[in-house]
Design a protein around this ligand. Structure first.
Ligand SMILES: [Zn+2]
Length: 210
């Protein structure tokens, strides 16, 4: 059994969406300073690092992250490698050989190199899904869509791709590091925190080779 961790490490200085709060992770109690315990405090946007978008992120009456189906978040998944894509389009998805009845798909693109190479700062030219690709995924009945940068949608046109997917109740997983992952079939476990009434959550995501 091959177990892959496709989560980013949460650490001070990690890239965040421009304008979002920076992650702050600090030890507020220190044994070496005479305290009884080490204890840390974390402050960040819930859309930092590897995270899930719930429909409520873009839809006023959408489901929140604590209401997402665990059976959508876990199960068979397919990693599709699109090394040359600048934008992922419906046309490319039609031509890709995605196994039938696949309900969870993760897109591995050149974005993963940013994580592998620890490229500092937020990159605006990341590969993302066009609106027609989002529509195609909804028509095909996908329940979970994962990408290897911090948004499913292009930097300069964030709203439409998110809305198409989230209106259909598709769970979005953003900020995956797929650099070391051979394309193909896996079982995914994507576990966001059970945050009450919230639009998203950081998540630990693992893939198990099948
Ligand atoms: Zn997000």
């Amino acid at each position: 059994m091959h177990l892959y961790d496709v989560s980013l490490t949460f650490e001070t200085g990690m890239p965040v969406w421009p304008g979002d709060p920076n992650l702050i992770l600090e030890r507020v109690s220190k044994i070496e300073a005479g305290d009884d315990v080490n204890m840390s405090q974390l402050s960040m946007s819930v859309h930092t690092g590897t995270h899930v978008d719930a429909p409520f992120h873009f839809l006023a009456n959408g489901k929140t992250v604590d209401q997402l189906s665990l059976s959508d978040l876990t199960g068979r998944a397919y990693v599709l490698y699109l090394p040359d894509a600048a934008t992922i389009t419906a046309d490319q998805l039609r031509r890709a050989e995605i196994p039938p009845r696949t309900r969870r798909i993760l897109f591995k693109t050149r974005n993963s190199n940013y994580w592998a190479q620890k490229t500092p700062g937020f990159q605006t030219d990341f590969v993302a899904l066009s609106v027609d690709a989002a529509e195609y995924l909804v028509e095909r009945g996908f329940r979970l869509v994962g990408v290897d940068y911090l948004s499913v949608a292009p930097y300069d046109d964030s709203i439409p791709t998110h809305q198409v997917l989230l209106k259909a109740g598709v769970i979005l997983v953003e900020g995956l590091n797929l650099a070391a992952i051979p394309p193909g079939r896996y079982t995914i476990y994507c576990l966001p925190l059970k945050l009450a009434g919230v639009d998203g959550s950081p998540a630990r995501v693992i893939l198990i080779g099948v």
